[in-house]
Structure formats: structure tokens, C-alpha cells
Design a binder for this molecule. Structure first.
Ligand code: 5GP
Length: 227
């Protein structure tokens, strides 16, 4: 499921958001849902509406859908190229999902969070478990559709999957749903505005956690008179 535990990532596997020298770094938000849960739409809205959040562009062996742009939605690669990237340890995590391979670029994630930018990873439940293990300080959010029927309708309406793929995604959905217990937050995506507002609120609340504000408060404290 995941690539081997990367030794050079150990320094980022910190219990708090503080790097050793006391410099805060960006927050890693892991967003998962059963296929058709609508997480793509929510994430898109949040990226437009909330500043200081980046998006991790994954690698995949899946064929591009109509309208998907290489380098923006995914880096679309051949299975051979993907294997090369696995061998070169380029992935923070990778997994086979619905018959295709998907992987998160380690370099991109490390760059963003070490430059103090928050980043959203849109990964399946296996990817979420791998990231949770690597980075105890990440924040995981599970998006659920209001019902199985709505999920089915969304997938059918999207019209991008062959009948075989559609069947596979629907068959996997109940197993994926059960994984919700592993996540920090759950958002029911019954209405897109409300669900996107909830996702934005989670990002704001996590940014305001005391341990992530230590450095800022110390800076402010220096402006206060002593005694
Ligand atoms: P889709 O083919 O619908 O774009 O994505 C299928 C599933 O793969 C979704 O659950 C999506 O979140 C997941 N996925 C996308 N990128 C990655 C990745 O880099 N790693 C993992 N583990 N899953 C991913």
C-alpha cells in the first residue's frame, strides 16, 4: 500500500507543529471520501476562498477525464513511469485505488509545509492511513455523501466511468465509508455551500490551535511591557 517509511521524513514527524528551532510550519490537511462523495468540488471552493492553502497534485496511471489538465488535476503517467517513481522513493505514500495507481509527491509536500504553507492532500482511505502514520500532526477530514443513492447518482451523472469502473467504485464505497472512524473530522456533503464552509472552518480552527500560535504569541509578548 505505502512506500517504505522514509528516513529523511522523520524530522517532519513531530508531535507538534513546531520545528526543532521553534519555527512553525504549514499544516497538512488530508481529505478523503468514498468516490463520488464530492470532495473535489469542496476542495476547489476552499482553494478559491481561503488564502494560504495549496493543493498537492498527485501522480496517477488513470487516463485523464474530459477537462482534466496534466499538472493541474494530476500528473498523468504510465505504469512504468509510476514504478520508476516508486523505486526512486519519490512518493510520500502511494496506493492502488479502483485498479489504478495514485501517489503523493513527497517533494511537493515537504516544500509547501516547510515554507509554512498549508496543503490539502486529496487521497483515498489507504493514503490517509499512510499519511497519518508518517505525520501525527496532520489533520484528517472525511467527506460523506448524505446517502448511498446520492453517491450513486453523482457517479452516474458525472458520466466519466465505464460501467465496470462505476460498479467497482460503488462496490468499494461501503468499505471506504467504514473508515470514517479513523478521521479527525467528518463533513456530510448534503449541500455544497454549507459543506465547503465547514471545511474552511476546520482549516481556520486548526490554524488557531494554541500550539500552532506559540511563535506568534511570543512575538506579541515581546511588545508588552515586562513586569
Ligand atoms: P479519481 O480517479 O476519482 O480521481 O480518484 C480515485 C481515488 O483516488 C479518490 O479517492 C482519490 O482521492 C484517490 N487519490 C487521488 N490521488 C491520490 C494519491 O496521491 N494517493 C492516494 N492514496 N489516493 C489518491
Amino acid at each position: 500500500m505505502s512506500s517504505k517509511d522514509p528516513a529523511n521524513f522523520a524530522e517532519l514527524d513531530l508531535p507538534s507543529a513546531l520545528a526543532p528551532e521553534g519555527v512553525s510550519r504549514g499544516i497538512l490537511f488530508v481529505v478523503s471520501s468514498p468516490s463520488g462523495g464530492g470532495k473535489g468540488t469542496l476542495i476547489h471552493r476552499v482553494l478559491k476562498g481561503v488564502s494560504g492553502v495549496g493543493y498537492s497534485v498527485s501522480y496517477t496511471t488513470r487516463a485523464p477525464r474530459d477537462g482534466e489538465v496534466d499538472g493541474l488535476d494530476y500528473f498523468f503517467v504510465s505504469p512504468e513511469k509510476f514504478e520508476e517513481l516508486v523505486a526512486a522513493d519519490e512518493f510520500l505514500e502511494w496506493a492502488r485505488v479502483h485498479g489504478n495507481l495514485y501517489g503523493t509527491s513527497r517533494a511537493q509536500v515537504v516544500r509547501e509545509i516547510s515554507e509554512r504553507r498549508d496543503i490539502i492532500l486529496e487521497v483515498d482511505v489507504q493514503g490517509a492511513a499512510s499519511v497519518r502514520k508518517l505525520l501525527g500532526d496532520s489533520v484528517s477530514i472525511f467527506i460523506v455523501p448524505p446517502s448511498f443513492e446520492v453517491l450513486r447518482q453523482r457517479l452516474v451523472a458525472r458520466g466519466t466511468d465505464s460501467p465496470v469502473e462505476l460498479e467497482l467504485r460503488l462496490r468499494t464505497a461501503p468499505l471506504e465509508l467504514r473508515q470514517y472512524v479513523k478521521f479527525d473530522y467528518v463533513i456530510v456533503n448534503d449541500e455544497v455551500e454549507g459543506a465547503a464552509a465547514q471545511l474552511a472552518a476546520i482549516i481556520s480552527a486548526e490554524r488557531a490551535r494554541r500550539r500552532r500560535q506559540e511563535q506568534e504569541v511570543r512575538r506579541i509578548a515581546e511588545t508588552f511591557p515586562t513586569g
